[in-house]
Structure formats: structure tokens, C-alpha cells
Design a binder for this molecule. Structure first.
Ligand SMILES: [Ca+2]
Ligand SMILES: [Ca+2]
Ligand SMILES: [Ca+2]
Length: 699
């Protein structure tokens, strides 16, 4: 379908009874789909209006678990020095010399590649920072940057209960991390302002830096959501920069003001604010109502010309991208590992970073470092308390128009580049969604008392789609089904939008009787999109849904041929001419079901309802419709037919009748024609004339 044609939308018209009859039975004013807006705010991509411009992230795939290294500790901010070694600092652990002593902070030198790492602890404890705030606080590493072979390390005071960050400073090493120097008289940052600091990672020695500055990101208050709200939860990221040879000179720092740079820290304005709250309520007793801006990292991906900020919450990774260090930052992924307990095959983590050293030559494949503390709520055996890497693949978006032709192909098979997405995944894998088998079950039970639940796909490039076949997994009283009806949304310019004129077959019961491993086919008007998902309210006493297969197709079909579709978006049927037009809903005028389309006027000229249908060249199709024409329609002035562009391929005429009459035409699609337009209308006799139409078919 041409997207331009969709602009000539036919608004859904309710309460048309007064036009067609004298009846006042106008029950159609209730918006049939008011739930759509109420769910919008829970969509994962909460940055409204964020476009997926060329070069932005198209799909993101992150492993549900990492690979351990022989090391001990957490946080691990790192940098890649000119000597080709990776340096990283850990909190509360021995570092890479696991036969050494425990330290509250340590620095290690790391060699090797993901899966084959080795290293040694080179400094620790009082060699690496001061505690400024007295008893009740620890020193924690939050950021590291290599300027050539000079290392800088940001160290903060963190309350022992992890809920307060009053001070931070920056250490320097010119001997590859063995010894560190800093002003021991006072911290560079205090009063909870800019006290969680990390640096933009510009690759080996900072070689990819755009200028002569070191860029430093900072949070106020705490390093993540303050569970006890001792201090404000961070919801904004601030940015500063300093000439790379003056990193420890606090007076040389300048803070981003939204339009420029100021020496006054009070002038700083956020480069990113995200006020979303995740896991507003959980069934368990673990942390809830989590803010999403946390101590992470920013890594520059030179091939993609993108900055990626890796944030996280207790249960999720929250990733953002930007073309510059100062924005605009756009949220592109919420990877939800579910509430606790986690398992050894699925866990998230904190202190999330992408070490530039392990960005692969393709520019898309990289590794995430994240940790899980045995002190946390992850559950027995789920501690990941070492330098731990998992693969992340960020595939840039491709903005070439969709070119797929109608057919029987499943557009969700992995070879199309489809990446499965969901609210969360209980097992850690979504592989069963597109393995062509409608058996087994995956659930998004995740301990959240959640509203929206979804299963879908994203592609790097747009596809035309008009059918989704959703097959459930296991069902119980706890969940496994949608309350109400699952609906289809598609991604447009990075935001999820509702699709109009959806029909579900068989009818979805909206409760547990929807059944296990049962397939529901949702059809809708052709959408050109780089993402599609089935979304709805999660059912059961533990509010989750299940899936065993989700197929996406672009097929030769009419959308909403019976006018029974739901959804607040663009309708399937378009209109041309001067007559009034709309849909009768529940007025008793339908040929079948509750609704029918209509046109009516006292006018001249041709008016019709029409729809463009994807077809295959050389194939023969039969189009049908049931039409009821009013008494004033002269013989042969009604017309039902099929055209290619403006060329009529086949049509049949009719005049007034005494009820619904079936009309049918058969056409063979000419070469190189991939869409036909089916229509029903009349030449107005300048007398009050109407058509009721229903049950369009194509076969
Ligand atoms: Ca809080
Ligand atoms: Ca499957
Ligand atoms: Ca109908």
C-alpha cells in the first residue's frame, strides 16, 4: 500500500443511524478502543518523538548471561591504554590476582580477549583513593579513562547501604596503574553534585576523541535508584569536559549548559533526562519503582558514529544512543531480565559498560561488562562477581523502503534479520518464537504486577506486513493469556503505534479459555515498518502471558473485509468522492457480524469505498462483496470492481435492491502489478441514495 494513500484517511464515523434511518439508536459513540492510550505510557521506548534516523541502532541483541573470568570484584570501569592493555578498577574484591588479599577498591591490568582473559591486580586499598565522608562510606570506582598511557580513575564515596553518594574525586597514574596521585586535601566534587562520574570511552588511548577534551558524565545524588530515598534518585545525566592534560584541575572543568559550556557547576543542564519508573509494583519484596538512570558507561562506536550510554536498573539494561557526546540521547533498548530470582542462564547486572577494546572490527559486535552481587536479591548461585563479559550486537538501521512482495514467507525467521523482543523472558531465550514449531512455552512472568505485555520483532530494515499469527504457550490460573484482546502495534520512527482495523480469528476470548498452544491470526491493513508486536494486558494472578510461536507475514488479503475490526489507528477502508461515508456499528444493518460500511448522499459523480490489496503477478483472484443498494439507485449505476492503478480490470454493475446481494469479479493480475484496488460505489443520481457494504473477500 502506498503510504501516501493512507493520509487520505477515512475517519471512523460513529452513530450514523441518523443518516441512514430515522432511528435514534445511536449507541456507537463509545470509543471502542479507549484502552490503547492507557497502555502507551508503559511502552519500553519512552522517549517520545525519538526518530530512528539513518545510522541509528536498528536492532539490539544482548546475551542473557555472561562469561566469567578468573577475577573477583564488581563495577570494573575500564580503559584501553596506548600499551594495548585494558585497565579496570573493581570494588570489594581481589581483582585479577585472586590469590591476593581482599580490598575495597583495586585496579587490575587485563590481557587477552573475551573468553580468554587473564590479568593481575596492580594497586589497591589506600593506594587507590580516599574516603571523604567518614564512617559509613566506602570508596568505589565509577569511571576510568586512558589518555594515551596516562590513566585517570574516578572514585566516589558510597554509603555502605548503597544509597548515598556525597563526594568524588579523580586519581591519576602515569605508571600504568601501579601508583596513583590525587589531592588528598579535598574531593573535586561534593554535596552530592556530579559525584558519580564516568568518561566517554574513545578507544585505545582515546584515539577516537573528536577534540582535545576528556568528556565526563555525572549523576547527582546516588549511583542508581536510592532504594530508601536517602537522596534523590538520579533521573538526569550531566556532562562536563576538561582539556585532556588538565583532568585533575577542577578549575579547568566546564559543564554543559544545554547550549554551551560553563565553568559554574550550577549552570549545568542535563544532556539526558528519563523519568520512567520500572517495576512499579512487584509480587515479591524486592526493590520496586526503579529510576532508570544509573552508573554506567558511554562508549563511542566509530563505525556507527554513535555514542552508546549503557544504563540499567535492578532488573533491566537501559541503553541510549546519541550522535554527539551531549545528545540528543535516545532510548533504544530496555532488556528486561525479570524480577528476582534470576538463574545461572539469565541475569542482568549493574555497573554496565562496553569496554572499547572489545568492540569488534565489524563495528556492530561488542561486549558488555556487568555484575551481580551476592549481597543482592538475585538468588542463590546467581552471583556474577567477576569481570564478566556478554556479547551485544547493535545492527544499524537501514532506511531503504520495504520491497518484500506478498507471499507465504514468515518474515520473522532469523534470516530476515528479525530480532525477537518481549517485555521479559522467563527462560532468558526467545528462540522458540521463530523456530517454526507451535509447541513448548516461553513466559514473561517476571514478578512485576504489570499491565502491558508483548511479544514481537524488530528488523534493521522496514518490511511490509499485514498478518501476525500468535500461538500461545502454557496457560494456568497464574497467567499465560491476555485479559481482553491482544492487539498489534508497529514501530514508526522509533515509537510503537497502534494499528487500525485489526481483526482476530478465531475470536480471542480474553481469559484462560484462550487456551494453550492455540493460534490466533490478527490481520490488519498493510504496514511498512521495522518492528511489529502483539501487545495486551497480561492475565492471571501473576500477570503474564506465554508464547510458543509468533509468525509475521505479508499476504494477499483484504483487511477488515467485514468492518468488524478494532483499533484506533488508520482504517482499512478509504473513500473517494463526495458522498458521506462511514461504518455502522451494531445498528442491525450488517450482512454478518455487527458492522457494515456505508456511503450516502444526494449528489452526483462517483463515490466509493476502496482498499488496496497486495497481489502476485500472474495469479487469478476472485473478489467478492455483499452490497445493499437503496431505492433511488438507478439500474447499473452501482459498481463493484477491481482496478490496477486507474485501469479497471473487472467490474460488475447493479441498481437498487431489497437487501444484500452478492457481487463477484475474477481477475488475473498483470505482470509487474503487485497491488490491486477493490472498490464498491455508485454514480449519484442527485437523489438521496445509499449503499451498505459488508463481507468483502478475496480468494
Ligand atoms: Ca528511590
Ligand atoms: Ca516455536
Ligand atoms: Ca460485518
Amino acid at each position: 500500500m502506498k503510504r501516501g494513500a493512507l493520509l487520505a484517511v477515512l475517519p471512523l464515523v460513529f452513530g450514523t443511524a441518523t443518516l441512514l434511518t430515522q432511528s435514534t439508536a445511536s449507541t456507537g459513540h463509545t470509543k471502542p478502543y479507549g484502552t490503547a492510550a492507557s497502555i502507551e505510557h508503559t511502552k519500553p521506548y519512552g522517549m517520545a518523538g525519538s526518530g530512528s534516523g539513518s545510522g541509528s541502532v536498528g536492532t539490539a541483541q544482548v546475551e542473557s548471561k555472561g562469561a566469567p573470568s578468573k577475577s573477583d570484584g564488581d563495577l570494573w570501569p575500564s580503559c584501553w591504554a596506548d600499551n594495548d592493555k585494558l585497565y579496570a578498577a573493581n570494588g570489594d574484591g581481589k581483582g585479577f590476582s585472586t590469590d591476593g588479599d581482599f580490598a575495597d577498591i583495586a585496579v587490575s591490568e587485563i590481557n587477552g580477549t573475551p573468553g580468554n582473559l587473564s590479568g593481575a591486580t596492580i594497586s589497591k586499598g589506600d593506594q587507590v583513593g580516599s574516603v571523604w565522608s567518614g564512617a559509613g562510606y566506602n570508596r568505589k570506582p565509577t569511571g576510568m579513562v586512558c589518555v594515551g598511557d596516562t590513566l585517570y580513575l574516578a572514585v566516589q564515596d558510597l554509603a555502605l547501604d548503597f544509597n548515598d553518594v556525597p563526594a568524588a574525586t579523580i586519581l591519576k597514574s602515569t605508571d600504568h596503574g601501579k601508583t596513583w596521585t590525587w589531592d588528598k586535601a579535598k574531593p573535586m566534587f561534593s554535596d552530592h553534585v556530579f559525584t558519580t562520574i564516568w568518561f566517554a570511552d574513545f578507544g585505545k588511548g582515546g584515539a577516537l576523541a573528536p577534540d582535545g577534551y576528556v568528556y565526563a558524565y555525572g549523576l547527582d545524588g546516588n549511583w542508581r535508584d536510592s532504594f530508601d530515598d536517602t537522596v534523590a534518585d538520579p533521573q538526569s545525566v550531566f556532562l562536563a569536559r576538561v582539556p585532556k592534560n588538565k583532568v585533575q584541575d577542577r578549575g579547568a572543568w566546564k559543564f554543559y549548559t544545554g547550549t554551551g559550556w560553563s565553568s559554574k557547576i550550577a549552570d549545568r543542564k542535563p544532556v539526558l533526562t528519563d523519568t520512567r519508573r520500572l517495576y512499579a509494583q512487584t509480587y515479591g519484596t524486592n526493590a520496586s519503582n526503579l529510576s532508570v538512570i544509573s552508573q554506567g558507561g558511554v562508549t563511542y562506536l566509530a563505525k556507527q558514529k554513535r555514542y552508546v550510554y549503557t544504563s540499567w536498573t535492578e532488573y533491566t539494561f537501559e541503553f541510549y544512543e546519541s550522535p554527539t557526546p551531549w545528545g540528543p540521547w535516545k532510548h533504544f533498548m530496555s532488556k528486561d531480565f525479570g524480577g528476582y530470582p534470576w538463574s545461572t542462564s539469565k541475569y542482568g547486572g549493574y555497573g554496565v559498560t562496553i569496554p572499547s577494546k572489545f568492540v569488534q572490527p565489524d563495528g556492530n559486535t561488542m561486549y558488555i561488562q556487568a555484575n551481580v552481587c551476592p549481597c543482592g536479591g538475585g538468588g542463590i548461585g546467581t552471583s556474577v562477581y567477576n569481570f564478566n563479559l556478554r556479547k551485544l550486537v547493535l545492527t544499524p538501521s537501514v532506511e531503504t523502503p520495504a520491497s518484500n512482495l506478498p507471499g507465504s514467507d514468515n518474515l520473522a525467521v532469523p534470516t530476515t534479520g528479525a530480532v525477537a523482543i518481549s517485555k521479559s523472558t522467563n527462560s532468558g531465550s526467545l528462540a522458540l518464537m521463530n523456530d517454526s514449531a507451535k509447541m513448548g512455552t516461553e513466559s514473561d512472568f517476571d514478578d512485576e504486577v504489570k499491565g502491558a505485555t508483548w511479544w514481537g520483532y524488530e528488523w534493521p530494515a522496514p518490511h511490509k506486513v499485514n498478518t501476525v499469527e500468535f500461538t500461545s504457550g502454557a496457560v494456568s490460573a497464574e497467567g499465560g493469556y491476555f485479559t481482553g484482546r491482544p492487539r498489534v502495534q508497529v514501530k514508526q520512527n522509533g515509537a510503537w503505534v497502534e494499528v487500525g482495523s485489526q481483526t482476530v480469528s478465531p475470536a480471542y476470548p480474553g481469559d484462560a479459555s484462550a487456551g494453550a498452544n492455540a493460534t490466533y491470526t490478527i490481520t490488519f491493513p498493510v504496514q511498512e515498518t521495522d518492528g511489529v508486536r502483539v501487545i495486551g494486558l497480561s492475565g492471571g494472578t501473576r500477570s503474564y502471558t506465554t508464547v510458543s510461536e509468533l509468525v509475521v507475514r505479508y499476504v494477499s488479503q483484504l483487511a477488515d473485509g467485514g468492518f468488524e475490526g478494532t483499533g484506533g489507528g488508520k482504517p482499512a477502508w478509504l473513500f473517494e468522492g463526495t458522498a458521506a461515508n462511514g461504518v455502522d456499528r451494531g445498528l442491525g444493518f450488517a450482512h454478518s457480524g455487527a458492522n457494515n460500511g456505508w456511503i450516502r448522499c444526494t449528489c452526483t459523480g462517483f463515490s466509493d469505498l476502496y482498499q488496496t490489496v497486495p497481489v502476485t503477478p500472474g495469479t487469478t483472484y476472485t473478489f467478492g462483496s455483499w452490497i445493499n443498494a437503496s431505492a433511488n439507485l438507478p439500474t447499473d449505476q452501482g459498481r463493484f470492481g477491481v482496478r490496477a492503478g486507474t485501469t479497471d480490470l473487472a467490474s460488475t454493475t447493479f441498481g437498487s435492491g431489497t437487501g444484500y446481494v452478492h457481487h463477484e469479479v475474477t481477475v488475473k493480475v498483470p505482470a509487474d502489478v503487485h497491488e490491486l484496488t477493490v472498490y464498491a460505489g455508485f454514480n449519484g443520481p442527485n437523489l438521496d441514495t445509499w449503499l451498505q457494504v459488508d463481507d468483502f473477500t478475496v480468494s
